[in-house]
Each structure stands twice: as C-alpha cells, then as structure tokens.
Write a protein that binds this ligand. Sequence first.
Ligand code: PA5
Ligand code: MN
Length: 194
Amino acid sequence: MSTLHEELEGVVAPKVFLDWGGVMTGAEIKESSKTIEDLHRVFRDVSQAAGANPKQVVYRVQWWAPVNAGVAGGLFWGVTTIEPGRVGDEYFMTHGHFHAERTRAEYYGTVSGQGMLIRMDDDRKTWGELMSPGSLHYIDGRHAHRVANTGDSPLVFWACWPSDAGYDYATIAERGFGSRLISKEGRPELVPNV
Ligand code: PA5
Ligand code: MN
C-alpha cells in the first residue's frame, strides 16, 4: 500500500528522520564512535581508566551532511551521545576542537543527561556552561568547544553547524584546553591545566 506522500506527484519523502531522544535514521546518515584508547591524548592518563576496557565506547556521533564539507552556505546536523564514566578524576568527554574557519558558529541543544560545555577563547581563557535537558548553547565561532558528561546517565545533545566550519583538532591535541574538568568530592570543578 502506498503512502499519501508517494501518491502525490511532485512530493518527495524526507531523507532523514529524527528520534528526538537522540537517533538519526536515513541512508545518508554517517556515524563515528570514539573509545577510551582513541582518546589517549584527551585524558591526562588513560591508564587510570580503572578496570575499564580500552575498547569501551566513550561517545558516538551521527550526522547528516546534505552538502560536501567546505561548501559555503550549507548546514550540517548531528547528535552526540556521551556515556557516563570517568578516566581517573576526569569525566568522559569529547576531543574538543576549534572550527578551522573561526567565523563559523554552532548550536548545541541538550536532550538528556547532565554535562558541561567547556569553551576556550584564543587567549586560552576557559569556562564551562552547564548542560541539562532543554539547554541551548550558542558557540561563538572563535571558541574551542568540548563536552563532558558529569552525570550518571548518557548525555545527548543535538548540533547544527555550517558546512564550511571545518575542524581544527590539532591546536587542542597539542596544548589541550586552559582548564580541565575534574570530579572533586563528587562535584565537577574546572582546574588549571598545568
Ligand atoms: O560539530 C560538533 O561540534 C559536534 O558534532 C562534535 O563534532 C561532536 O560532539 C564530537 O566532538 P569532537 O568533534 O570534538 O570529537
Ligand atoms: Mn564544532
């Protein structure tokens, strides 16, 4: 049996569907995941992942790129799920990056879980923004951004960013952020990254 959409001439079915809880489906959806061992340059000491399997997934990303990366004027859309957990006193977190093109901003919108959006400007000034269900975050194109899951359930957030933003991971890989987010007496705290 055909659907109403298929019956109408000049009407096409959407390419992508969202489960707003944090899943994208569609033939064009891309996916990646990062394990503890993939993040050996992110955490201060991955050997401190107490009893953890180095192959354990820390976060997964799904995204839709309807145009090629680098094309001006397009938009990408994605979702990130960060598992709860820690490596030593550091919460599970994303690599973090600057946009290669520093004029390109981004939105993050939180669905579920508790976390911290860690931002850093070009002077290495670093600060955190609390993430909780419904929180919307506008990330200035000049700011590096990384997310940590500070709760005990998965942290899920949607993102929308320009197709020509690009990624500068190298600056973060070399020097990290100005501060690290650690768990101190059970609470998240930003401490200088020495
Ligand atoms: O575009 C973004 O900023 C996000 O989709 C991130 O890429 C995602 O959260 C994963 O973080 P990172 O790219 O820093 O590993
Ligand atoms: Mn980004």
